[in-house]
Design a protein around this ligand. Structure first.
Ligand code: CUA
Length: 308
């Protein structure tokens, strides 16, 4: 029986399985109970002679209350359990390592915080929370790792987030779970779970030389002219970006926004969407002018740079 089921290799997997088996158990129990009752009552109250006529039953209030309240209680219990698990699954713990994932027809591109890149493979440390910041270059894909019991749509023009904490070392299947065209079924890969020290060594083994020349966030920041306005001296026409990430930004319309990855992304693509208080909306939008990969590089640069 267990071959039918993927192995459980994340902290979430056991919890998802318990909920799944519980709901299957409830379903099987009531299906059996109802089918059994139908058979039993069909035989017990069968017509015994040709001229026998049925008598309508008076309403049985107590019975009706029971068959309303019991399923309602079970449904609410399942809802509460599922919702609790959903929240846990949707909220990466603080301190999770962020790894960037770009889906495109038909491959997964991965970039680690150190800059090391890989394609159709994702190396992660065991027993550490990992947060995936994902986007798509083209159509909707879906990042699916059965052994971790996680699946999340990857959408163009926005970031979606997924997190997990792997518990089993080894290699696990990665699939695209959203039909995305001719080669969809081959948009697969593997997640390799390493011991934490091994992962550190693995990160260092790769270097940024793997990046095409001029593709790093630092380089793009200069090449796209960002540095001309976002500068630290008195000629600055735009907000200083050092230390921006994670801070609360006051906006020209009086609102506030926390500078997370989604805000950085939006401000690069559509700068006038949220203008910082005290500045003019002078910045050109970069929608269509840079690729998702370049955008990720810029966001990564802005998050880490002390002085972009
Ligand atoms: Cu990408 Cu299916």
């Amino acid at each position: 029986m267990w071959e039918l089921f993927p192995e459980a290799a994340s902290t979430l997997a056991g919890k998802v399985d318990r909920l799944f088996f519980f709901s299957v158990g409830v379903t099987v129990f009531f299906s059996g109970l109802i089918a059994g009752l139908i058979l039993y009552l069909g035989v017990r109250y069968r017509r015994r002679s040709v001229d026998q006529i049925g008598e309508p039953e008076r309403a049985a209030t107590a019975l009706e209350i029971v068959w309303c309240v019991v399923p309602l209680a079970i449904s609410l219990f399942l809802f509460a359990w599922g919702a609790q698990l959903f929240f846990e699954q949707s909220r990466p713990p603080a301190g999770a390592t962020t790894i960037y994932v770009t889906g495109r027809r038909w491959m997964w591109q991965v970039q680690h915080g150190s800059g090391r890149r890989e394609i159709n493979e994702l190396h992660v440390p065991r027993d550490r929370p990992v947060r995936l910041l994902m986007t798509s270059e083209d159509v909707i894909h879906s990042f699916f790792v059965p052994a971790f019991r996680i699946k999340q749509d990857v959408l163009p023009d926005r970031f979606s987030v997924l997190w997990f904490q792997a518990t089993g070392s080894g290699s696990w299947h990665l699939f695209c779970a959203e039909y995305c065209g001719a080669e969809h079924s081959r948009m697969t890969g593997r997640v390799v779970v390493l011991e934490p020290q091994e992962y550190e060594r693995w990160l260092e083994a790769g270097d940024r030389a793997a990046l095409p020349a001029g593709a790093s966030g630092e380089h793009l920041f200069e090449a796209l002219g960002c540095a001309g306005c976002h500068r630290g001296d008195t000629l600055a026409k735009a907000p200083i970006l050092a230390g921006l990430f994670g801070s609360t930004v006051k906006l020209a319309d009086g609102g506030e926004v926390v500078a997370d990855e989604g805000y950085l992304r939006e401000s690069i693509l559509f700068p006038s969407a949220k203008v910082v208080a005290g500045y003019q909306p002078l910045m050109p939008g970069f929608r269509g002018r840079i690729t998702e990969e370049q955008l990720l590089e810029l966001v990564r640069h802005l998050k880490t740079a002390k002085n972009p």
